[in-house]
Write a protein that binds this ligand. Structure first.
Ligand code: CS2
Length: 496
């Protein structure tokens, strides 16, 4: 039987793939919530490389929220795992040593509260995806009626991220109240600011005696920098694990795959230090907003559009969708004509070139990034990826033509069946509400009217903005009559 990657077997791995430091000598300074593939291919890599430049106790304690899968993969490996970088024409692989401990947040023995309280912990970072925040993207409000939020506010072992953080803060305050940074790394606009607001709303649900000045302490001692993260990280497949094993010579069940590109723009607002992430490619800046809006609208907006239209047209991967010339032309045009005009250019960034680079990254065939993976949780992604762009255009007196096509693409996707009649599952926390409406036999107009009335997604303004509803409903009609590809082809030949 092939041996498993671990501290004990690391010396059997060819030296070129090993971390540049001895992982066993690294103390923990970061607690990370959301130990998915993205974190392992992003912050863990930046941290690993930063340690080679400037040593410090910045090891990571990574916790999964609910599922044991990743802790079970990484615990026997002492937190070690491989990142397999896939460019169209070459591979690169390396073992990351920055994750020093793994656990499950919902399991008492992981002692999350104790770790948040520990003075040695100076950063709590998060990649818990849009769902983890339990908020309405249309209104920015915490789901304060959510039973899990209610239960967490009432006491006991917290199961929500906001509850976990607040219980940890209380313990930290009781233990001396050392300053702390909470760093959100999720694809949400103003992610740090939003998290602070959600936590404050949660504190408002607590008994006033129990709150006992926690918000005032937070205001003095906890910072919430915003950050923009970027790296395409598809789900790891069995063939990837085989490939890693061939390369490193031992078995790694926690390996992750990523594109070569990576970017991290972070608001420079740390309360208690940080690793030398800026020395290994992260941008530390006073204002992340222009980067954030550009990334969410250009990259994630077109990603979602390609995912919905590509999946309905029968394409399994983003690269295959990009291989369909009318779809590639459509997203290029949407970036140029409708997204860039709404953006403020971040310093030193040429947005047209940025858009071209993003689309180039989408064509990487080695990644095998599934359209259904990107299409997931659309109700939580649409607002920041597409709807904000539509709002800005409408406020400027312009019609969002291709953005409305993308929104109609989401609705068409919710029907759970491709143009060729193949069925698939729609994964979305609001699936129970949106799928029955989208799949009904009502007219497109009724379907769109009912969906646009969902404030949690569309706010209370979009449905009433002139032309928006009718444009979405016209595209949906055309998708249903002619199929996605024929509609996109004819849309391409129509005047803007
Ligand atoms: C994707 C993102 O799954 C999705 O919704 O759009 O995860 C995307 O790959 C990353 O944001 C790239 O940085």
């Amino acid at each position: 039987m092939t041996e498993r990657l671990s501290l004990a077997t690391l010396d059997r791995v060819p030296a070129e793939f090993r971390p540049s430091f001895d992982p066993s000598s690294l103390g923990i300074g970061i607690v990370h919530l959301g130990l998915g593939a993205f974190h392992r291919a992003h912050e863990a890599v930046f941290t690993d490389e930063a340690l080679a430049i400037e040593w410090g106790d910045w090891g990571i304690y990574g916790l999964s929220q609910r599922s044991r899968t990743i802790p079970d993969q990484l615990q026997p490996q002492d937190g070690l795992f491989t990142v397999l970088e896939k460019a169209p024409d070459h591979r690169r692989c390396r073992i990351v040593g920055s994750i020093r401990k793994v656990g499950l947040a919902s399991d008492r023995s992981s002692d999350l509260t104790g770790w948040i309280a520990a003075a040695s912990t100076r950063i709590i970072s998060l990649t818990v995806s849009e769902k983890g925040y339990r908020y309405d993207p249309g209104t920015g409000r915490l789901h304060d009626e959510d039973p899990a939020i209610r239960t967490d506010a009432a006491g006991g072992d917290p199961s929500t991220v906001v509850g976990q953080l607040v219980r940890g803060f209380q313990a930290r305050r009781a233990a001396g109240g050392d300053p702390l940074t909470v760093l959100s790394c999720d694809n949400i606009p103003g992610n740090g600011r939003l998290l602070r607001e959600l936590i404050e709303q949660f504190c408002g649900l607590l008994d006033p005696l129990e709150e006992g000045g926690l918000r005032a302490w937070m205001a003095d001692s906890v910072t919430f920098p915003c950050s923009v993260v970027d790296r395409i990280v598809p789900a790891t497949g069995a063939a990837d694990l085989d490939e890693v094993q061939q390369l490193i010579g031992v078995q790694d069940r926690g390996a992750v795959v990523a594109e070569p590109f990576r970017q991290w723009v972070i608001e420079d607002d740390f309360a208690a230090g940080r690793p030398a992430w800026d020395a290994v490619g992260a941008t530390l800046t006073a204002d992340v907003l222009p980067y954030e809006v550009a990334k969410l609208r250009i990259l994630n907006g077109t990603h979602s559009m390609l995912a919905y239209l590509g999946a309905v047209a029968g394409h399994g991967t983003i690269a295959a969708a990009m291989g369909e010339p009318p779809l590639a032309a459509l997203v290029r045009r949407m970036i140029r004509d409708e997204v860039i005009p709404t953006l403020r250019e971040p310093p030193g960034v040429d947005l047209v070139r940025y858009g071209d680079e993003v689309l180039g990254r989408f064509t990487n065939p080695a990644l095998g990034h599934r359209t259904h993976q990107v299409a997931m949780d659309g109700s939580l992604k649409l607002p920041q990826r597409l709807l904000e762009t539509a709002r800005d255009l409408l406020a400027d007196g312009r019609q969002p033509r291709l953005i409305t096509l993308a929104v109609a693409g989401w609705i068409r996707y919710l029907r759970g069946v491709t143009d060729a009649g193949d069925r698939y599952d729609v994964i979305d926390p609001m699936a129970d509400r949106v799928v029955p409406i989208a799949s009904s036999s009502y007219s497109s107009d009724t379907i769109v009217t009912r969906l646009l009335a969902i404030r949690e997604i569309f706010g209370d303004d979009l449905a009433g903005m002139p032309g928006f509803r009718s444009a979405v409903s016209n595209w949906l009609d055309r998708f249903l009559d002619d199929g996605v590809l024929r509609t996109v082809v004819s849309a391409g030949s129509e005047a803007p």
